[in-house]
Design a binder for this molecule. Structure first.
Ligand code: SAM
Length: 455
């Protein structure tokens, strides 16, 4: 038995038929670090690294041969890819299997920070879907919002609410993803320091919290809507037992997901209802510990009454918007204070409903501040996939890109051939942010909250 993994954890895993505890312990002792990224195919066609290998269950996921210093890669800051643990990318396979890839889906990612699964949802659900990406902890909601801005799509609403707030939207969502806070044993190979914090008491506490989160949010799911439930814990109490609890308390059906046996993912069944779950063990897959299951709601869920809400119509100077954003019939624009946002037209009415019941951090893409005379373009616009491609831009070297991302001052000599005014800084053809070129200096508009600090 390992001398550093919690004995109680290994003992319980050993109770599972066929569990190979020697291989499990060995992989933890070796502590190999696996690095994987998921491409943002709306910004980048191929992995910007050499010697990559595809993640078998995710066609945008790649293993890297070694771990670069991501902070020093401008494409990371530009949202060209997300550094995501490979097992979690299985959600992409699930979306395909349940027929939601490139669909029209209203999705809620309830425990979303820092945004790995929300960025995956926007990529795979496609442009006609809406992703509400929620995080209860305020500081983490800020990180989530930054990551969603980098990703660049406008069909996203970032909220900062307790799960119970979503009870106020009964029957609204077609898909509810709950990547629940858990005891975290699945991350032990990556992060040995958390091993000492593990205890059976904490597993119990997490399991109770998981039930509470589910109980407080399940009625936001429409009849026949899908619940994807996941954790990075190995404990049955947080995984299969939670499935049994849901099936005891609510009318749901377990949805098995087809797998390729080469992937090494283990299908398990809950004790009472034989609900299917999928376990990822680091000695069997090239990824960290993960559990995921899909359930479909069979309860007749009432919906909230969609009375039309009267709202003050803010007139947005639309010529201004089309100066900065590619014209699209399926997007609308609205003012929030002095800021102009673009948002999918199909969900405009829904957004007003959200405003009644949720704390919204960010809706769609804030394209900039309207002064009454001109638009001061936002960083969010620079990251947006909807920005016009014919705006003034300057592709810069790695050194200049890093100076920009550190919010250092830039040398005017590097920009002599560029017209005065707003200009996008690009690296390898991808926008990083804005500068303003004046006759005698350059103003660097990279947001200080996301600038590179220590490298
Ligand atoms: N889905 C995220 C991703 O893929 O990037 C990771 C989510 S992490 C496993 C769980 C999240 O749940 C954390 O961001 C944590 O702040 C949040 N959380 C903690 N306590 C919570 C609670 N009581 N209700 C809802 N969310 C909670």
């Amino acid at each position: 038995m390992s001398n550093f993994l919690p004995n109680e954890l290994v003992k319980r895993l050993n109770e599972q038929e066929g569990f190979d505890s020697a291989a499990f312990n060995k992989v933890h002792e070796q502590g190999d670090k696996i690095t994987s990224i998921r491409l943002n195919s709306l910004k980048q066609d191929s992995a910007p690294f050499e010697n990559v290998n595809l993640v078998q269950w995710c066609d945008k996921g790649y293993y890297l041969a070694e771990r670069p210093i991501f902070t020093l890669d401008p494409l990371y800051h530009a949202g060209c890819y997300y550094v995501q643990e490979a097992s979690s990318m299985f959600i992409a396979h699930i979306l395909k299997e349940i027929g939601l890839e490139n669909s029209v889906t209203r999705a809620l990612d309830l425990c979303a920070a820092p945004g790995g699964k929300s960025t995956l949802l926007t990529s795979y659900l496609g442009n006609e879907s809406l992703v509400v990406s929620n995080e209860v902890i305020k500081s983490r909601a800020n990180i989530l919002a930054d990551n969603m801005v980098r990703w660049g799509t406008a069909n996203v609403v970032v909220t900062n609410n307790d799960p119970s707030a979503f009870n106020r939207l009964p029957g609204y969502f077609d898909l509810l993803l709950i990547d629940a806070p858990c005891s975290g044993s699945g991350m032990f190979r990556k992060d040995h320091e958390t091993i000492d914090e593990w205890s059976l008491a904490n597993v119990k506490l997490c399991s109770d919290r998981q039930k509470r989160i589910l109980a407080e949010s399940l009625n936001s799911l429409i009849t026949d809507g899908y619940l994807i439930y996941s954790t990075c814990s190995y404990s049955k109490e947080e995984n299969e037992d939670i499935l049994d609890w849901i099936l005891n308390e609510y009318a749901f059906e377990s949805i098995p997901i087809a797998l390729d046996s080469d992937w090494g993912i283990e299908e398990t069944q809950s004790t009472k209802h034989q609900a299917s779950g999928y376990r990822f063990y680091p000695h069997k897959v090239k990824g960290e510990g993960f559990f995921v299951a899909v359930l479909q709601k069979k309860e007749n869920q009432s919906s909230f009454s969609r009375k039309k809400i009267k709202f003050e119509k803010n007139v947005v100077p639309s010529k201004i918007v089309s100066d900065w954003v590619e014209e699209r019939q399926d997007y609308t624009q609205f003012m929030h204070g002095d800021y102009i946002h673009i948002f999918p037209k199909n969900y405009e009415e829904d957004l007003r409903w959200f405003q009644q019941v949720l704390y919204i951090k960010q809706a769609g893409t804030n394209i900039g501040k309207w002064t009454g005379r001109e638009l001061l373009p936002s960083h969010d616009l620079a990251c947006s996939i909807h920005i016009r491609t014919d705006l003034p831009a300057k592709d810069v070297t790695l050194d200049v890109a890093l100076q920009f991302l550190r919010k250092d001052s830039l040398e005017i000599v590097d920009f002599t051939a560029v017209k005065l005014g707003w200009c996008l800084i690009q690296y390898k053809g991808t926008n990083l942010g804005w500068i303003k070129i004046l006759s005698n200096r350059i103003n660097n508009y990279y947001p200080k909250e996301v600038r590179i600090m220590n490298l």
